[in-house]
Ligand binder design. Structure first.
Ligand SMILES: [Zn+2]
Length: 78
């Protein structure tokens, strides 16, 4: 699952503010790893859900991929 949007960002190669495509990609670690890891992440997710609300807990499972529309430079944010 992913979502896209547009965002004005500074691009290093372009050395200016350019339009970036933002793609939200689910982190692989949410699925990968052994059972203990998954359980730990599940519990951590639950605790985060209680602490900050379901929406933010869900967002935490995504990486933000920002792709410059001018040069194609990709930046990944947690
Ligand atoms: Zn660029």
């Amino acid at each position: 699952m992913f979502m896209t949007s547009k965002e004005k960002r500074h691009c290093q190669p372009c050395n200016q503010e350019t339009s970036h495509v933002v793609v939200l990609v689910r982190k692989e670690s949410a699925f990968a790893g052994d059972e203990k890891q998954s359980t730990k992440e599940f519990i951590a997710g639950l605790i985060k859900g209680w602490a900050v609300g379901p929406f933010l807990a869900e967002m935490d499972d995504f990486e933000r991929h920002l792709i410059c529309e001018c040069c194609g430079q990709k930046t990944v944010e947690d």
